[in-house]
Design a protein around this ligand. Structure first.
Ligand SMILES: [Zn+2]
Length: 172
């Protein structure tokens, strides 16, 4: 049972005020100690967490890299794989030799038709000749004949198309 203190008793009031001061003092000390302890724990946690993470990362790195490093140590495996062509073991010297699995080199074929665009792609003032042919595919000889009727400067293209037409006649 606690003693009942009254304001009329100055000694009791002084005792009460002293008790309050002492309680505040201990409360401040406790809070300060808690803050310090929290700060120490926080720093220690970060330090240990970082160390553990570094250890984990090193362990994972070594689990991947060590087997490769061991195989590479003699250099044989990597060198062999470096010069392998479509599964065939080769050396540096014969690496560039043709392989049966290589894609065949295409022999040039006579080229296909020539596409002539209509007035929308002409860069000259169009005449009736431009509207007299339909845009589309033509043989080189036909294309040269059509170009010869147009108002633009097509001498080079016409010569090239005529040469191509005569080459294709020679092939067939
Ligand atoms: Zn035109």
């Amino acid at each position: 049972m606690t003693a009942v203190l009254t304001a009329a008793d100055p000694a009791a009031v002084a005792q009460l005020l002293g008790a309050i001061d002492e309680r505040d003092y201990w409360l401040r000390r406790l809070l300060s100690a808690e803050r310090r302890a929290y700060e120490l724990g926080h720093q220690a946690g970060y330090r240990e967490g970082r160390r553990d993470e570094g250890d984990d990362r090193d362990a994972q790195w070594h689990s991947l890299a060590d087997p490769l490093a061991r195989r590479a140590a003699d250099g044989v495996d990597l060198t062999r794989r470096r010069w392998r062509v479509r599964g065939e073991e080769r050396e540096r010297e014969d690496f560039g030799r043709p392989h049966p699995g290589d894609r065949p080199v295409r022999t040039p074929r006579p080229s296909g038709p020539v596409w002539l665009g209509g007035p929308p792609v002409h860069y000259h003032g169009c005449s009736a000749a431009c509207y007299a042919f339909r845009p589309g595919p033509y043989s080189p000889a036909e294309a040269a004949a059509i170009l010869a009727t147009l108002p633009g400067h097509y001498a080079e293209e016409i010569a090239s198309l005529r040469a191509r037409a005569s080459r294709e006649r020679a092939v067939s």
